[in-house]
Write a protein that binds this ligand. Structure first.
Ligand SMILES: [Zn+2]
Ligand SMILES: [Zn+2]
Length: 381
């Protein structure tokens, strides 16, 4: 163990985080980020497995006695946003930045890896999972579908996201749904243009477009038992030409719900409505779903573990009444295994996630890694 401690000694989580921040990579393209993470794990004396479900990395630390298996997850992809900052770790990759703090989530989990390399769990196993492609909602599923993960028996899963707008270090938890299900839907209506003086010679999708927009606006009122939201993102009809009666239309919207069955019911209702509009209007109707996320549904047992350990560490705990309206693909892990997703406050006046002036607050790396270690200690001794 002494050798491992020496190997890990030069690790500074904050500097590592800043290095990741300086060299961000987009979802699905995180080759160097994954290499850097695996290299650091090896420096700790651990034995990472790379290329799991894409650029994913997993690293198992085993205790000497039998016991449960706990998976801790951090994501590591960045966003197509041009950073607006003057600090020394500003992104060197034009138009790409760590605007969601995944650099910080990864640095936190590496801080846990450093601690576990020195003090492994007594019982069972801890799997440190570093996940690519969270922002596009495909990374978690790809890792879960890998042969390496499928053969593992996992008893508990935990992950955190930093949360601007909440006091620094505050632990934000919620039983049941923590973050909503969501998807984008793109609807294309194909008619036929004609001279604007003779619209009867074409097939103008204006009426069908209005019908679909009204239907989408009214859809949430059909699902009063759970939270349901439809947001119209864009609607376009025809071209800007006074001589032409429109021949096509396009509507983009996003759907959200705190309940996976309501969410899937909303999708089915949209499908049926579009078939009906297509049959009634003679228009060609096509639609596609984009970046779908299930709701992240927590187990109360696991939320209780987070709550207890956070309180023991003297951290302020905030119990949410409503779930977060945003989505997180840790939901896929929570569909397979019981666990909890929680947040740690990034500061009340901290720039919002996905803003060009956002930068992960390094102060919470220690908070997150200490909390993860307390959870490991409770479950694994
Ligand atoms: Zn994000
Ligand atoms: Zn994020």
């Amino acid at each position: 163990m002494e050798t491992e401690r020496q190997l890990g000694n030069d690790f500074k989580a904050e500097s590592f985080r800043k290095q990741l921040h300086k060299h961000p990579e987009l979802s699905g393209h995180e080759i160097n980020t994954a290499l850097t993470i695996a290299q650091q794990l090896r420096h700790f004396g651990l034995n990472p497995q790379e290329g799991i479900g894409g650029h994913g990395v997993i690293c198992t630390v085993s205790g000497e006695q039998d016991g449960e298996t706990t998976l801790l997850r951090a994501d590591f992809d960045a966003l197509p946003i041009q950073e607006k900052a003057t600090h020394s770790h500003v992104s060197v990759n034009h138009g790409i930045m760590h605007a969601c703090g995944h650099d910080g989530h990864t640095a936190s989990l590496l801080a846990v890896a450093e601690k576990l390399a020195v003090t492994p769990p007594k019982r069972g196993k801890v799997i440190l999972l570093f996940q690519p492609a969270e922002e596009t909602g495909v990374g978690a599923s790809a890792m879960l579908n890998s042969a390496e993960l499928k053969q593992l028996k996992i008893d508990n899963v935990f992950a955190y996201h930093n949360l601007p707008g909440q006091p620094l270090h505050e632990v934000v938890i919620k039983n049941n749904t923590f973050a909503c299900a969501s998807t984008g839907v793109s609807i294309e209506l194909e008619g036929k243009t004609s001279h604007a003086a003779y619209p009867e010679n074409g097939l103008n999708p204006a009426k069908a477009m209005i019908e679909i927009l009204q239907f989408l606006e009214g859809l949430p009122s059909q699902y009063t038992e759970n939270f349901a939201l439809v947001t119209i993102v864009s609607a376009q009809l025809g071209e800007e030409a006074f001589g032409v009666s429109a021949g096509r239309a396009r509507i983009l919207a996003t759907l959200r719900s705190d309940c996976n069955s309501t969410f899937h019911a909303m999708q089915s209702t949209i499908r049926l409505k579009l078939e009906e509009v297509g049959k009634g209007s003679g228009l060609g109707v096509e639609y596609s779903w984009h970046e779908p996320f299930n709701a992240a549904v927590n187990s109360s047992v696991h939320v209780d573990i987070v709550r207890t350990q956070a309180k023991q560490l003297g951290l302020k705990v905030n119990e949410l009444r409503e779930p977060m309206r945003w989505s997180e693909d840790f939901s896929e892990f929570l569909i397979h295994y019981p666990g909890a997703l929680f947040c740690i406050g990034s500061g009340e006046s901290h720039p919002e996630l996905h803003n060009p002036d956002y930068d992960f607050p390094d102060e919470i790396i220690e908070t997150a890694s200490t909390l993860f270690m307390s959870i490991v200690k409770q479950l694994h001794g």
